[in-house]
Design a protein around this ligand. Sequence first.
Ligand SMILES: C[S@@+](CC[C@H](N)C(=O)[O-])C[C@H]1O[C@@H](n2cnc3c(N)ncnc32)[C@H](O)[C@@H]1O
Ligand SMILES: [Zn+2]
Length: 286
Amino acid sequence: MNTPGPGNDPLPPEIVRSLRCSVCGAPVGSTGRTVRCAHGHSFDVAKQGYVNLLHARIPAGTADTAPMVAARVDLLSSGVYLPLADALAKVASEHVEGGLIIDAGAGTGYYLAHVLDAVPAAYGLALDVSAVALRRAARAHTRAGAAVWNLWEPWPVANSSASLVLNVFAPRNAAQFRRVLTADGLLVVATPNPGHLGELGDLVISVDGGKDARLEETLGERFSRVERREVTQRVTLSPAQIRQVVEMGPSAHHLHRDGRRERLDAVTRSVDVTTSFSVTLYRPVP
Ligand SMILES: C[S@@+](CC[C@H](N)C(=O)[O-])C[C@H]1O[C@@H](n2cnc3c(N)ncnc32)[C@H](O)[C@@H]1O
Ligand SMILES: [Zn+2]
């Protein structure tokens, strides 16, 4: 992964060109720490490099919190989910030559950075509602930019601007996937399979669920599935990693229930677990 050095633009011009004003939909330009449209709507670029395009409040509990992001950073940096990152990078290198790659619900930008490494001519846009996560995503790769946005609202991105939309354990807005993708673009969705981290029992709650039927239903008539790859491995998680895996996901909101916090604190041994994901490729229906 690249670490931006001095002079690297937090919002590369290739990204700004694809952004649209979230108030009026007009193209935007970027000067210094401000992104602005011709109608005078302006948005701040934070000193950490992401632009905040939100202008409405979002429901509490939507964005990943600082402790969740910290746990995710620690777990991902230990390489436990590297096979998934490699699988996503492989798909991208096989199917995409360049252009804009949007990671919808990018979190810290871990997967986007791997994918950008595999497609040297591409630029990446990380969209997420968690500013805390985007502080990381904005610095995850020299060819990446990051924007705070609620994926359930129409995205502040031009029509037909993306060659690839990535969606890794994050909300799926099929209408926006379709609108921002080019006609020959690719949608790649990663979901946990049944049995993912099954050895941890109810310490881990998966709200995402990889149920094929539900995923297809969400994507409706806008996309057709072209391929599915499974990424399964056995790994040994240390007690610290078990805590990270629980604290980085939706389970973090439910630690007060059923004595989960006490049970988690009581884990003192490593556990062999199965991680299992589906990477599913979709093409827009003409
Ligand atoms: C389980 S995390 C996955 C993050 C990243 N894809 C990864 O796997 O490391 C889900 C992400 O979706 C974001 N998210 C949840 N609801 C969202 C929404 N309505 N709009 C934008 N992002 C949202 C969260 O802030 C979080 O970063
Ligand atoms: Zn505007």
